[in-house]
Design a protein around this ligand. Structure first.
Ligand code: ASP
Ligand code: MG
Length: 430
């Protein structure tokens, strides 16, 4: 079919995906900074945003209050509204100049709070929590328009189809791919602004992809639309070899393979969501992690390098670990059958296993502490095995470890369990 001139001209120029997290748009100054960064980039850009600042945490308190029928509900909602309206008032010059769609969107959340409760917490959670992203993306879109950056705001939910596992939904890839390629057209705009983290079921119930899931959304869209690259704009210079909040001397990793990035983020590095890499790897789309504070500096590129990379030690800590030790009651050895029974228990209880180690009659598992109900779970496990457990451990992962780096991180700490593979040391410590 005939191409428009615009389409013909852009056909060889692939679009870019930019993802802005909550920290980059936590106040009016942040939104202005994002707008000025977007103004400096030419070509088509698909902008994916999170909720502003700590809005998702605030909405989590709203969900808890609403679900329990507490009196605080309207006060918490009031905080949500006041935060966004005052930020928008500052951006647009006065309250009167705020585009009507913004208070209307906030009003939708207020109306949703009048809906009688179901008994399904996770379902209710997703119906409310999505307003963080809906409102933030709308404010950004209207502000870009106001500053002369013509853009199309898209509610991603009818395109990003998921199953109905609320709070941790899985993307229906085939459906979503078809819907995204139909719906995410730039038309005559240079930019699209949409939400990370949220989606919907086939019956249009809102869902979310898990906390911090906006990076993953950016990767999904980039993969489906064959973007040239994805850039995640952060408040750190790029991917560092350790969390700067915990370590004084961190080093910027200029280049990483997808594999290295998956290992780091899966072990607990907070810089990117661990699910982000796979869709990009499959299409060889590079992922840039850069600073919105210093947009000129190159940051980190995650891709498939064609040369060997220098591998310095990388430190990742994961708090709140529980070490659970299983032993058969009758003093028999741990068999493959026992391992499979224990793992079936872990998956039934939704416990994430981070480390496994076995001796003759002990099977040790290090798991993320569940939010609730550890004691009950252990009681249940004791029906089949003798169970001992310790809480409050930290899992230290060192990629490309050296004797010196292990010593530095563990000195003065009690090591409960340690494991060394070719590239990785893992130590559970207190
Ligand atoms: N706003 C959501 C959260 O804070 C998603 C995200 O930031 O990626 O978890
Ligand atoms: Mg966030």
């Amino acid at each position: 079919y005939p191409l428009s001139l615009h389409d013909a001209l852009t056909i060889y120029k692939q679009m870019k995906v930019f993802k802005f997290g909550g920290a980059s748009i936590k106040d009016a100054r942040g939104v202005r900074n994002v707008a000025s960064m977007l103004a400096k980039n030419d070509g088509e850009i698909l902008v994916v945003v999170s909720a502003m600042g700590k809005t998702t945490d605030l909405l989590e308190t709203l969900v808890r209050s609403y679900f329990n029928g507490w009196d605080e509900t309207s006060a918490i909602f009031g905080q949500f509204r006041a935060f966004h309206l005052s930020l928008a008032g500052e951006l647009f010059g006065s309250d009167e100049k705020i585009p009507a769609g913004i208070p209307e969107m906030i009003g939708e959340l207020e109306k949703r709070l009048q809906v009688p409760l179901s008994l399904l917490y996770d379902f209710e959670y997703d119906q409310l929590i999505c307003y963080g992203e809906l409102v933030s993306s709308l404010i950004l879109s209207c502000y870009l328009e106001e500053t002369g950056l013509s853009n199309r705001w898209i509610d991603i939910r009818p395109s990003l189809r998921t199953d109905d596992k609320f709070r941790e939904a899985s993307v229906n890839w085939k459906w979503t791919e078809m819907l995204v390629s139909n719906n995410f057209q730039f038309n005559s705009h240079r930019m699209i602004v949409t939400q990370g983290f949220i989606g919907s079921t086939v019956t249009n119930l809102s869902t979310t992809l898990g906390r911090e899931g906006s990076d993953y959304t950016a990767a999904i869209l980039a993969s489906m639309l064959s973007a040239e690259s994805v850039t995640i704009w952060k408040d750190v210079p790029g991917v560092l070899n350790a969390d700067p909040k915990l370590f004084p001397d961190t080093v910027l990793l200029k280049e990483l393979s997808y594999r290295e990035a998956i290992e780091m983020t899966y072990s607990g590095a907070q810089v990117i969501h661990p699910k982000t890499m796979k869709p990009l790897y499959n299409k060889s789309i590079p992922l840039m992690v850069r600073s919105f504070v210093n947009p000129e500096s190159p940051g980190t590129v995650i891709h498939q390098p064609d040369h060997p990379l220098e591998l310095i030690p990388v430190f990742i800590t994961r708090e709140n670990q529980v070490l659970i030790t299983f032993s058969p009651y009758d003093f028999s050895f741990i068999s493959s059958g026992d391992i499979s029974t224990v793992f079936a228990m872990m998956s039934a209880k939704g416990l994430k296993v981070n480390l496994i180690q076995k001796t003759a009659i002990d099977l040790n598992l290090l798991v993320d502490a569940p939010e609730l109900g550890l004691e009950t779970m252990v009681l249940d496990m004791r029906k089949e095995y003798e169970v001992k457990y310790n809480t409050g451990l930290t899992l230290i992962t060192i990629r490309h470890y050296t004797a010196e780096s292990v010593e530095k991180l563990t000195s003065g700490r009690k090591i409960y369990i340690e494991q060394y593979s070719r590239l990785t040391a893992k130590l559970a410590v207190v």
